[in-house]
Ligand binder design. Structure first.
Ligand code: FES
Ligand code: MG
Length: 594
């Protein structure tokens, strides 16, 4: 690297040189170097002052949503090499949303801890984070924030659009829809399976605006990936081209020492919240954004979510709208959404990004090329699409995704004369997913349209991990009468692909003594969306008496990890992080000892 006068520029010593070119400890250098030779690297390469770039490989047969990264890695390597770096690929703990039992959320913090150790302990100068399936994105960004090594996100991209019998079928969304049709007796088991499988068309992650698309959009909105990265379908040629450019760019970031701490600012997280609203993003964005922020040293408060409530829904994509990933990409993807927000004065354009330029510079000239897919800010798909924070005598914090409220639901529950936005109902309380499945069709419960389904024991400690089970469907008898959704509430989460307007993430959870622990079937609940209140209509004396009871029992831990997780995890309201981990910040400022 020469400066403008042609003289070699004085270079900052690379972190990896402490391993490979350490004059004070040449004995150790020999040990560090030798084994990398066994696949053909030379001592000259490793001691040449070229940055060593990690590729955090999240793809595997157990992570099918991210499996495309096994192929993309060769293009990342090409980019790293062409820019003068040396690539070292390593695996990260797999997290497959749909398959990991008892829930994938249990492993976000495990993958985080594992990646922190790798980034801290090995001779890496920078890292490419390969993201895709839901928790693979926040776990890696949380680790990058903690270690604060130059880092860039490469999304794997969504699958191509799914089609079944002439209709677009999106990941997850088709399952929620078809299982209602199955329960109502409209389709057979086989047709259910065919429709579900038709939504998976190619390599890639979920093709709806579920948690995967949401979190990759958020990574881009934060400024942690190249502009336009998130929405490119995994199978498109542009995906490989972005892999190459991402590999090139991380080398430049190491040269200028551009770290996550310069990018993951408070403004970046506020913009991530705004983008979540505008894309109709998953409710899972809340704990993940909060967790990434906390590991970056930034505390988000309830008001930060409230301020984004009036952001309109701009992206017409399932589950809130009609299209899937290919249209979102063709219409301009995340840069087009951010350009709309910026023009409306709802974005912090001056903040830094992985390009080394501001967000405003990254999105200059970007715009929607399909106004039916990415709508103008002034003529959105829906107004006030932000996630609505709630509180009351049952919990201090919960969240509702209002952008998915259907006309039927609005008419039945929210549009009553003189009581707009307010509904009251009889609570039906379930102790976790199994209890729900056993009892939802029990005639003794007499569930009708005036009931509110409540799920407890589904939070980070209770499940453990916090499960996507709050989007409960009504009993078959109601489905047969055309009643497709009931109000639901719980201390777990809901799938990002669900169109259920559930109240989720009730914190503290019942297993930690939160209010859902004392709620009983038959209690009256009152939900007021105007004030963000949700209360059980019981006297203070009655509540105090019930609080003396022990919380309902939850299943024991089956693995050492489950026990460790339960001992340290915080509530969803503050990101379900390990509280002890938050104090470790910018740890790459200090080299680990020999
Ligand atoms: Fe992996 Fe949806 S299940 S992205
Ligand atoms: Mg999910």
């Amino acid at each position: 690297m020469n400066d403008e006068s042609g003289k070699p520029a004085t270079r900052r010593p690379l972190r990896s040189s402490d391993w490979f070119s350490n004059e004070a400890r040449s004995d150790m250098t020999a040990v560090y170097l030798e084994r990398f030779m066994n696949y053909g690297l030379t001592p000259e390469e490793l001691r040449s002052g070229r940055p060593i770039i990690g590729i955090a490989q999240s793809g595997s047969d157990l992570s099918p949503c991210n499996r495309v990264h096994l192929q993309l890695a060769s293009r990342i390597r090409d980019g790293i090499r062409d820019a003068g770096g040396i690539a070292m690929e390593f695996p990260v703990h797999p997290i497959f949303e749909n398959c990991r039992r008892p829930t994938a959320a249990l492993d976000r913090n495990l993958a985080y801890l594992g990646l922190v150790e790798i980034l801290n302990a090995y001779p890496l100068d920078g890292v490419v984070l390969t993201t895709g399936c839901d928790k693979t994105t926040p776990s890696q960004l949380m680790a990058a924030a903690t270690v604060d090594l130059p880092a860039i996100v490469l999304s794997g991209g969504p699958m191509l659009d799914g089609w079944f019998e002439g209709e677009r079928v999106g990941s997850g969304a088709v399952i929620w829809k078809s299982r209602k049709r199955l329960a109502a007796g409209e389709i057979s088991e086989e047709e259910f399976l065919d429709a579900a499988c038709a939504s998976a068309t190619s390599v890639g992650h979920c093709n709806t605006m579920g948690t995967a698309s949401t979190m990759n959009a958020i990574a881009e909105a934060l400024g942690m990936s190249l502009p336009g990265c998130a929405a490119i379908p995994a199978a498109y040629k542009e995906r490989g081209q972005f892999a190459y450019e991402t590999g090139r760019r991380i080398v430049g970031m190491v040269e200028t020492n551009l770290k996550p701490s310069a990018i993951l600012t408070r403004e970046a997280f506020l913009d991530a919240i705004a983008v979540t609203a505008a894309i109709g993003g998953s409710t899972n964005a809340q704990p993940h954004i909060t967790a990434m922020a906390r590991h970056a040293g930034i505390n988000l408060v309830v008001d930060d979510w409230r301020k984004a409530q009036d952001i309109p829904l701009l992206v017409n994509m399932q589950p809130a709208g009609k299209y899937l990933s290919e249209h979102f990409y063709r219409a301009g993807g995340v840069p087009a959404v951010m350009a709309e927000l910026a023009a409306a004065g709802r974005l912090h354009g001056e903040r830094m990004s992985v390009t080394g330029r501001s967000i405003a510079a990254n999105i200059a000239g970007r715009h929607s090329t399909m106004p039916d897919v990415i709508l103008p800010y002034a003529e959105p798909l829906a107004h006030n699409a932000g996630l609505v924070p709630m509180s009351g005598n049952l919990f201090d914090f919960a969240l509702m995704k209002v952008s998915v409220i259907s006309e039927q639901f609005r008419a039945r529950y929210l549009a009553r004369e003189g009581a707009e936005g307010i509904f009251e109902g009889r609570a039906i309380v379930f102790e976790g997913g199994d209890d729900y499945h056993h009892r939802i069709n029990d005639p003794a419960l007499a569930i009708d349209e005036d009931c509110i389904l409540v799920m407890r024991g589904a939070g980070p400690i209770g499940w453990p991990g916090s499960a996507e089970v709050v989007n409960m469907q009504p009993p078959d008898a109601l489905l047969k009468r055309g009643i497709n959704s009931l109000p639901t509430l719980g201390d777990g989460r809901q799938s990002g692909t669900s169109d259920s307007p559930s109240i989720v993430h009730a914190s503290p959870e019942s297993a930690a003594g939160g209010g859902l622990a004392w709620l009983r079937t038959g209690d009256r609940l009152r939900i007021d969306l105007n004030t963000g209140r949700c209360d059980a209509l019981l006297s203070d004396d009655e509540i105090a008496a019930r609080k003396a009871d022990l919380p309902p029992p939850v299943p024991g831990s089956n693995t050492p990890w489950e026990a460790l997780y339960r001992a340290h995890v915080g509530p969803l309201s503050t990101g379900a992080v390990f509280e002890f981990a938050v104090k470790f910040q910018r740890i790459s400022d200090t080299l680990p000892r020999h």
